[in-house]
Ligand binder design. Structure first.
Ligand code: T4K
Length: 388
């Protein structure tokens, strides 16, 4: 194995050409309108509507504030329950809690690792007001079933699509489903504005409500009509977004090549599963997760630690799961009996380095290491932490 000089992280942000960005910044500085719904901000929203194939986009300074605002905009009754997945980033349940609502965890299904739609109804009580499923790694939730359940029980649906930028299901933008979808434009995302995010929704009636909530609830100079927050995206973020909109498809093509190379390299490795995108869905190419099955000679944690010795920094997204966190672990719905699949996957999942500028040599080296690990049964057992 060749020495890797520079650490290899899970991702590297997609950044626009610095000279082009400088020109944008120069323009912003000349106009001296730097935030609060500027020209670039408004243009960015319009462009995103086309790219995401949705009727309405409201951009935010980050995805978390977007999600907080989405829940607020739907006027869910105080203290009501929101059914969600534990297999996600902390932002998902935290936004429920920050809104004075109660997260109720429901298990995931083993293939897409998204909320198991067949288990949602078991969690519904007279206090349930909404469902907050996550398109984790860009895998789509079971939209049809979730939609039917929501209609039957009169519940709102907010999709966390932080990982699913530009994903389409049967040619429809993933942001067209449910009442509202949130996307994240964080630096670690396929498409980024350093920090940022957006909400998408079909209901035009939500536009003004979300606009006001994003700006402290201010309707005009003399009226504050809602308990809003500061969720505004500034002009430099919007400029980066506009420039990155021109680059993200090329980035996706590069990631597709890397994905194919990983798949080719790992095809004969037993007990490593590479989850597949359903046929009717386009990949966002956000993450490259693998599942290290129990029969594999070393555990996921051993693999993660051993990679580090080669300066390869994989990530255990998502371990621990949200139901293990201090603020949530005592909830009834956090019990392991309620969440067997999520508790199983959390110990087996590993996201490998995945970004356009990752060169083929590194992908091959990472794959070769996995092949080495797969042969290690004769020299170790799954209890040993240090193999190499
Ligand atoms: N819902 C879901 C399902 C989410 O996954 C997220 C965010 C949200 C909601 C909330 O959206 P935002 O409010 O963030 O827009 C990262 C991201 O910070 C977070 O956005 C993301 N999910 C989560 C899955 O990943 P960390 O704590 O793992 O990031 P960090 O700082 O360890 O970065 C990971 C690697 O990326 C680094 O090892 C190196 C590389 N990196 C990172 C940064 C920040 C760079 O190369 N350059 C950089 O500037 O959370």
């Amino acid at each position: 194995m060749k020495e890797i000089n520079k650490p290899v992280f899970i991702t590297e942000p997609l950044l626009p050409d610095i000279n082009r960005l400088n020109l944008e910044i120069q323009e912003i500085f000349e106009h001296k309108w730097v935030t609060n719904h500027g020209v670039k901000h408004n243009f960015f929203e319009k462009k995103l509507e086309q790219v995401l194939k949705v009727s309405n986009v409201s951009v935010f300074n980050n995805g978390t504030i977007g999600l907080l605002t989405a829940l607020k905009a739907l006027n869910l009754p105080a203290d009501s329950e929101v059914i969600t997945t534990p297999f996600t980033f902390p932002a998902t349940p935290h936004c429920i809690s920050w809104n004075g609502l109660k997260p109720v965890f429901c298990d995931v299904e083993p293939n897409t690792m998204t909320l198991d739609a067949d288990k949602i109804e078991e969690q519904i009580t007279p206090d349930t007001s909404a469902i907050l499923p996550v398109h984790v790694y860009g895998f789509p939730c079971d939209i049809k079933k979730i939609d039917n359940i929501a209609k039957k029980h009169d519940l709102k649906v907010i999709y966390d699509g932080a990982h699913a930028f530009s994903t389409e299901i049967d040619g429809k933008g993933i942001g067209t489903f449910g009442d509202i979808t949130v996307f994240s434009f964080h630096a670690t995302k396929l498409f980024n504005t350093l920090e940022g995010g957006c909400l998408t929704y079909d209901n035009n009636g939500l536009k003004e409500k979300i606009y006001n909530l994003r700006n402290f609830g201010i309707k005009n100079e003399e009226e504050v009509v809602d308990i809003g927050i500061n969720g505004k995206m500034n002009e430099i973020q919007a400029s980066i977004g506009l420039l990155n909109l021109k680059l993200f498809k090329k980035e996706q093509n590069k990631r597709l090549k890397i994905k194919k190379l990983y798949i080719e390299q790992l095809k004969d490795v037993k007990n490593i599963k590479i989850p597949e995108m359903p046929k009717n869905t386009t990949d966002s190419y956000q993450y490259f997760p693998i599942v290290i099955e129990e029969e594999f000679p070393i555990t996921r944690d051993m693999m993660y630690e051993n990679f580090k010795k080669y300066k390869i920094f994989t990530r255990k997204y998502f371990y621990p799961i949200c139901s293990d966190y201090e603020p949530y672990k005592k909830l009834e719905s956090s019990s392991k009996i309620n969440l067997p699949i999520a508790n199983d996957i959390k110990n087996k999942i590993l996201c490998l380095p995945y970004y356009g500028s990752l060169n083929d040599d590194i992908v091959i080296q990472i794959s070769n290491l996995i092949k080495e690990f797969s042969k290690s049964s004769s020299v170790c057992n799954r209890k040993e932490e240090n193999l190499y």
